[in-house]
Design a protein around this ligand. Sequence first.
Ligand SMILES: NC(=O)c1ccc[n+]([C@@H]2O[C@H](COP(=O)([O-])OP(=O)(O)OC[C@H]3O[C@@H](n4cnc5c(N)ncnc54)[C@H](O)[C@@H]3O)[C@@H](O)[C@H]2O)c1
Length: 308
Amino acid sequence: MRPKVTVVGAGNVGATVAQYVVERELADVVLTDVIEGLPQGKALDLLQAGPIHRYDCRLTGSNEYRETADSDIVVITAGLARKPGMSRDDLLFKNAEIVKGVVEQVARYSPNAILIIVTNPLDAMAQLAFRVSGFPKHRVIGMAGILDSARFRTFIALELNVSVENVTAFVLGGHGDTMVPLPRYSTVAGIPITELLPKERIAALVERTANGGAEIVNLLKAGSAFYAPGASTTEMVEAILRDKKKILPCAAYLEGEYGISGLYVGVPVKLGRKGMEEIIQITLTVEENAALKKSAAAVRELIDKLKI
Ligand SMILES: NC(=O)c1ccc[n+]([C@@H]2O[C@H](COP(=O)([O-])OP(=O)(O)OC[C@H]3O[C@@H](n4cnc5c(N)ncnc54)[C@H](O)[C@@H]3O)[C@@H](O)[C@H]2O)c1
C-alpha cells in the first residue's frame, strides 16, 4: 500500500505540492479545501496527467475531512497569501483562525499523522498547530528554511555561474525578514562562499534571500511564490516517507537548544519516518547567535499576540 498524504488548501502551494508528490510517486494524495469543486477539479486534472507523466498514485479531492482519515502526513497550506505591501505577519489573526480549525479536524481524523505546516506567518502557525493538535513535537514541523536556503543557493549559483547542484546553503531563524543566512556554512563544491566572494557581494545575496518572498509577491501582484515552496515541502515529504534521515532546515519546537525555549524557530533537523528525529546543534559565532536571538524574539512577539 502506498502512503497517504493529505494536502489541506488546494490553492497555489497546495496543488503544487500534490503535483510534485505524485510525480515522484511518493504517496496517494487527498486534496481538501473549503471551496466546493476546487480540490476535486485539481485532483482529477492531476490524475489525468498520470498516464503521460507515468504515475499510478491515486488523487482525490474533497471538502470533507472524512476522506483524509489515517493520513501518514498532512500538509497544511490553508489560509491567505500575501499581497504586495503585506508582511507575512499581517496574515496572523486570519490565518490563525483557519489553521486552528483545520488542525482540530486533521488531528481528529489522522491522530498519528505528521503535520507539515506551510501557512504564514510560518513559525507562529507551526506553534499554533503544535498546541492545538496536542501532537508530540517530532510530529509537527514547519516548512521555511528549505525554501529560504534554496533561494540563497539559487542566487549563489547565478552569481558564480556554477551548477545549483554544487551549492549548499544554510539559513537559520524564523521565516521572515529576520532570517539568518550563514555564509560560512554555505559552500560551492565544499568551498565556503566566504572564500569565493567578497563580503559586499555576499551581503547583497543575503539581503536578496531575506527579501526573496517579497520580490516574487511584487512581481506576481496577486498571490505569492508557490513552485519553490511546493518543491521545498515535497522534499520534507520525501525525506519522511523514505526515512532518509536527511538534515534540512525546518521550523522545530526548541526546548533549550540554541538557548531558546518553548518556541518554533528554524534550525537544522534530521527528517525520517518518525518526523523530526533530531535537532542538530551547531556552534554559532557571537553575531550569528545575536541574529538568531533577534529572529526568535520576532517569532515570540507573534506568539504573545496569539496568546498560545
Ligand atoms: N512557509 C513558506 O515558506 C510559505 C511559502 C509560500 C506560501 N506560504 C503560505 O502558504 C499559504 C498558502 O499560500 P497559497 O499561495 O497556496 O495561497 P492560495 O490562496 O493560492 O491557497 C490557499 C487555499 O487555502 C484555502 N483555504 C482557506 N481557508 C481554508 C480552510 N479553512 N480549510 C481548507 N482550505 C482553506 C483557500 O480556499 C485557498 O484555496 C499562505 O499563508 C502563504 O503565505 C508559506
